[in-house]
Design a protein. Sequence first.
Length: 208
Amino acid sequence: MSRSGLFVSFEGIDGSGKSTQARMLVDRLRAGGVDVIHTREPGGSPGAEEIRALVLQGDPDRWSAETEILLFTAARRDHLERTIRPALEAGKVVICDRFADSTRMYQGLSRGNLRAKVDALHDLMIGVEPDLTLLIDMDPETGLSRAKARNTVEERFEDFGASLQEAMRAGFLDLAKEYADRFRVIDGARDADSVAVDVWAAVTHHLT
Ligand code: ADP
Ligand code: TYD
């Protein structure tokens, strides 16, 4: 795949401020005349948005972790084919709220260690990593209370509670070390404008 564009993902625990930061970054890039696609996972294409409803709504025990790996990867494949790859090939900047690192953490860690299965399926069916991954890091208690305050129907993973979020935070920080070349860790426990300054610095470094 020829990749003349720039692929940026946001990662972090629920409520860490990823969506807020992604929105602020997209607005600032667009204001500067950059051609940007703002997208998210699970979702980002019509088919993947249908899978989103299957995986995020309903009983926490609705799917096994293994079935979830398949569903999230199916959604990602469709998203990649129909939204991300065409945008990168057209030289656009793609800002994506979560990508494969979320599967490595949520499905790879939440119910036993399934990381090897996640990575094997990723290599087989996706094979693409972002150029830059911004990890918005914060303590899970604050993140969870922010996420709960939103009060949406998409609560399957938020219902897993504080201990899972704690494991996710540690896991994301480990992942940032494993993929140190593309990850930047940003302290999310500050006001949104201060966080955005660090996000902007990381992204402009890649644009110039
Ligand atoms: P995520 O996408 O990581 O789940 P959101 O961006 O949706 O997080 O933020 C979760 C909630 O916290 C939202 O209600 C949002 O308005 C609020 N929020 C986001 N960033 C901050 C911040 N830096 N300080 C305080 N509240 C924030
Ligand atoms: P998201 O809409 O980003 O939720 P939030 O704004 O609360 O962070 O993601 C929804 C949930 O889906 C979130 O709890 C993490 C989970 N998820 C996975 O479990 N695996 C995945 O591969 C992805 C992309 C998300």
